[in-house]
Design a protein. Structure first.
Length: 387
């Protein structure tokens, strides 16, 4: 029987399917956001629209859980945290800086002096540290929504997932996959329990936190992340089976066709976390280890993070500059600009950071090795033999 682990081993731990899937998911985020950015329409669409809104970010976090578990098993906690920080923070810091000092002055309704002296301008830099501020003074005030970058809402949850992984490393849970699965189930069950006892508008900090983490939309991120960890830990027992992949896809299609968002007798997110996420994460992992065709442009770098980071502010700028109120047309106009910025981010910001990560990052070392010229490659091999 083929397993996810056996396929990874056969490919020396590398799977181009994951690279392609990250880009596809990032572009899907851009497409999904266009409706909110162009028309400020965030109402539930039902059916496949609701399924897509639920699934895209959840699949991202499931992939993240799967991929970084290998690093967590291999590295010391200090190096793991440094690895994740170097991957996430530099590009985020540049995006926040560009939003505040370039996009802000261009698109604010305030005078440059008032913008530069407004304390809210400087509060925006808290985004670098995971304290999310969505607006800048007077910026995009005439757009349908004035959020400078709505995509940043996942950053605190991503940081929290790294804290969760650190706890797993410290407590030895990464050696006990059944407990990781149990933790995912516990999050789901807590969502059901808390949804019965919490008021519609929680007041206390504990109630608000419980609602956000276990009942509301963020709950799927943690369940997906834990299921991704479990999938990696069980990789040698997780079958790579086209029939099971077809069944998982069928479950997702049925969820869209039957419009599970219309189910009102149970809380939506805990219900979806229980019924949909296992199939979604299984299908995501299996597609990730599949040797999918990757366009030549995408082989030159990992542009997914840049697409995700720069998508929203670029779309906002285009909505301000171009009188287009059709979401599909706006995506067509925005995507080339977003991809160009993502390429810029990778080659000028993210890739140079890989030089700092190559000592403890398998993927970073592999990517840099592949980009060395033949003479440098031979020299590196000679050095290894001398050692």
């Amino acid at each position: 029987m083929q397993t996810v682990g056996s396929i990874l081993d056969r490919r020396s731990g590398l799977a181009p399917g994951f690279d392609l899937m990250r880009v596809v998911l990032a572009v899907s985020v851009v497409i999904w956001h266009s409706r909110a950015i162009v028309n400020n329409d965030i109402a539930r669409g039902g059916g496949f629209f609701e399924l897509g809104s639920y699934s895209i970010i959840a699949a991202f976090f499931g992939l993240s859980g799967f991929l970084i578990t290998g690093s967590a098993l291999r590295l010391r906690l200090r190096d793991f945290l440094l690895n994740r920080s170097l991957r996430i923070v530099p590009a985020l810091a540049v995006e926040v800086l560009l939003s505040a000092i370039v996009i802000g002055p261009i698109f604010t309704d305030l005078s440059l002096w008032n913008y530069a002296t407004d304390l809210k301008t400087y509060r925006y830099f808290a985004n670098v540290f995971g304290f999310i501020i969505y607006t800048l003074p007077g910026v995009f005030a005439r757009n349908p929504t004035d959020l400078v970058n709505g995509s940043l809402w996942t950053i605190p949850h991503e940081i929290a997932c790294y804290v969760l992984m650190s706890a797993c490393m410290l407590t030895g849970l990464l050696r006990r996959p059944a407990l990781v699965l149990g933790a995912a189930l516990a999050v789901i069950l807590l969502g059901f329990v808390l949804s019965l006892g919490l008021p519609d508008d929680p007041v206390s900090l504990a109630a608000r936190l419980g609602d956000k983490l276990f009942v509301d939309k963020a709950s799927r991120l943690y369940v997906a992340f834990l299921l991704g960890i479990a999938a990696y830990l069980y990789r040698y027992r997780l079958p790579y089976d086209l029939r099971l992949m077809g069944l998982a896809a069928g479950i997702l299609l049925a969820a869209g066709a039957f419009d599970l968002a219309a189910v009102t007798v149970v809380p939506f997110y805990p219900f979806m976390n229980l019924m949909i996420l296992p199939a979604l994460i299984y299908l995501t992992v299996c597609l990730g280890v599949t040797n999918l065709w990757v366009p030549k442009l995408l082989r030159a770098g990992d542009y997914s993070y840049g697409i995700y980071l720069y998508g929203w502010p670029i779309q906002q700028a285009l909505v301000n500059l171009v009188p287009v109120r059709d979401a599909n047309l706006q995506v067509i106009l925005a995507l080339p600009c977003i991809v160009l910025f993502a390429i810029f981010s990778w080659h000028l910001i993210e890739r140079p950071i890989l030089n700092l990560r190559r000592r403890f990052s398998f993927i970073a070392s592999h990517r840099l090795q592949n980009e060395l010229p033949p003479s440098a490659d031979a020299a590196a091999a000679g050095l290894r033999q001398m050692r």
